[in-house]
Design a binder for this molecule. Structure first.
Ligand code: ADP
Ligand code: MG
Length: 266
């Protein structure tokens, strides 16, 4: 079954009929997805369905076999490496494995994109890094090394770095993997807070459906190679699409157990 309705909004990202085949495996079979400006869109779906593959198409790291990927109205599927680089200038990325540099301090990790991609002077960079660490609730972390921080703090450093260049779109792929419920919620609160403050558009791939539901404007289920509906959380939970219903029924159990787990931890 295809999408139930078309979302009408100024789009910053639009996937139109995107297909991707690996060998004999058809992973994306005509994905249509529209990400509205300033909103949070969450892509959910079982493991191995192709959620990360969708993100890689948005980032221009993969090219589709058919279909278009438009970023700010521009088809990037035919873009040159140089053009892609310019498009990515507006992107912030936080992936599952945060990929901090172990041998660099937190300060240097966050400063890295500013040093590499801007002409700002050391003094300005220092002010910006301090501001980002404050925003992520990481006072005093600047001189530490990643190994000295907890998993949750490392993710927050990753978020600070992802936001360093004031991106227009931020991509998160399973950003809370490995964190317990409280720490995951803390990360999502920070997303929400920084998004409200900075106004970026967020695309999140997550299996933390319960919490992420509450923070999202649209939820899109990827199943059988297509988006089964890009809906508000309320619409999603009421959808009559059998695949969405299945998904909701499975994850509703998770909502209760997650709330119990959270209550037990508090
Ligand atoms: N570069 C690649 N080459 C071959 N197969 C790939 C590649 N990237 C992803 N796949 C396959 O595509 C499917 C979807 O992967 P992925 O997007 O990582 O799933 P998930 O929804 O868990 O993020 C998987 O079966 C994976 O093995
Ligand atoms: Mg993935």
């Amino acid at each position: 079954m295809r999408q139930e309705k078309k979302i009408d909004c100024p789009a910053v990202i639009e996937l139109i009929g995107v297909e991707k085949v690996f060998g004999r495996q058809r992973v994306l079979d005509g994905v249509d997805l529209r990400v509205c400006e300033g909103t949070t869109t969450v892509i959910v779906g079982a493991s191995g369905e192709g959620k990360s593959v969708i993100l890689k198409h948005m980032l221009g790291l993969m090219r589709p076999d058919a279909g278009r990927v438009e970023i700010f109205g521009r088809d990037i599927t035919q873009a040159s490496a140089r053009e892609l680089k310019a498009v990515r200038r507006d992107f912030g990325v936080l992936f599952q494995n945060v990929a901090l540099f172990d041998s660099m301090t937190i300060f240097d990790n966050v400063a890295l994109p500013l040093r590499e991609r801007t002409k700002e002077r050391p003094q300005q960079i220092a002010v910006r890094v301090e501001e980002l660490l404050q925003m992520m609730d990481l006072p005093g972390a600047a001189t530490k090394y990643p190994a000295q921080l907890s998993g949750g703090m490392q993710k927050r450093v990753g978020l600070a770095r992802a936001l360093a260049l004031d991106p227009k779109i931020v991509f998160f792929d399973e950003p809370t993997t490995g964190l317990d419920v409280l720490k995951s919620n803390e990360i999502y609160r920070l997303f929400h807070h920084t998004q409200a403050k900075l106004g970026y558009t967020a695309v999140i791939v997550s299996h933390d459906v319960p919490k992420i539901f509450k923070l999202s404007d649209h939820v899109a289920l990827l199943a059988e190679g297509v988006i089964q509906g890009q809906l508000t959380p309320e619409e999603f939970q009421r959808s009559e699409n059998p695949l969405i219903r299945d998904f909701v029924e499975t994850t509703m159990g998770l909502i209760y157990s997650s709330e119990r787990e959270e209550a037990a931890l508090q």
